[in-house]
Design a protein around this ligand. Structure first.
Ligand code: SF4
Length: 205
């Protein structure tokens, strides 16, 4: 079973099926794969970090823009492995930008601020904002941290900004316009760009 799959111009990494949320819109509710990938549900153990690295390096990386940690779970639930793989790729001087698509719960999950670990190995962190306030956030994301997941996500985004070249928030365009505007205001207040992405079942975070 493959730990990598292609979507658009990028190579995606499916590191884990663990997640701290159970989002209403998660494509895991409706499909088991993305684009041409195999099933992204791991039946047994998740792949060792060394095997994931080997699989990435076996690809012709010149044809991809970015290497993206995303997949059928929250990649920072395996943060140490994510950081190890990213550092190995940087050591091998791969030209691709390395992006992490995340729900922003890395520090909540670790029980401490882990944002510094992203320094010099991750180029862009894309944080799912999902909602303009903690109540709406919890109604959509059903985080294991309750409404606190919203504040933990905001804290992480504000912290990791000091350690990586680029941080963006994302929301989907199915959100009511008033909420989109409120998310824009929130993102502006944190000086983090907001990307409003078109909802598609081929995208998984
Ligand atoms: S959309 Fe992302 S954060 Fe939400 S449940 Fe799915 S994998 Fe987890």
């Amino acid at each position: 079973m493959s730990a990598t799959y292609v979507l658009g111009d990028n190579l995606y990494i499916n590191l884990t099926n663990k997640c701290t949320c159970n989002c209403d819109f998660c494509i895991r509710h409706t499909t088991d794969h993305v684009a041409e990938s195999d099933s992204l549900w791991y039946k047994g153990d998740e792949p060792a970090k060394e095997d994931v690295l080997t699989e990435i390096l076996a690809r012709d990386l010149a044809i991809y823009d970015e290497i993206v940690f995303c997949g059928f779970g929250e990649p920072t639930c395996r943060l140490d492995d994510l950081i190890w793989i990213s550092k190995q790729l940087k050591k091998k001087k791969v030209k691709n930008r390395i992006r992490v698509n995340t729900n922003g719960h890395a520090s909540l999950y670790a029980g401490k601020d882990v944002s510094k670990l992203f320094k010099k190995c991750v180029d862009i962190v894309s944080v799912s904002l999902n909602a303009p306030d903690p109540v709406k956030y919890d109604n959509i994301c059903h985080s294991k941290y309750g409404a606190g997941g919203f504040f933990g996500m905001l804290d992480f985004a504000a912290s990791v900004k000091f350690y990586v070249p680029e941080v963006v928030f994302t929301i989907v365009d199915t959100m009511p316009k008033a909420d989109q505007d409120a998310c824009q205001e929130l993102a502006d207040s944190l000086k983090i760009p907001l990307r409003i992405r078109h909802y598609t079942e081929n995208y998984d975070d």
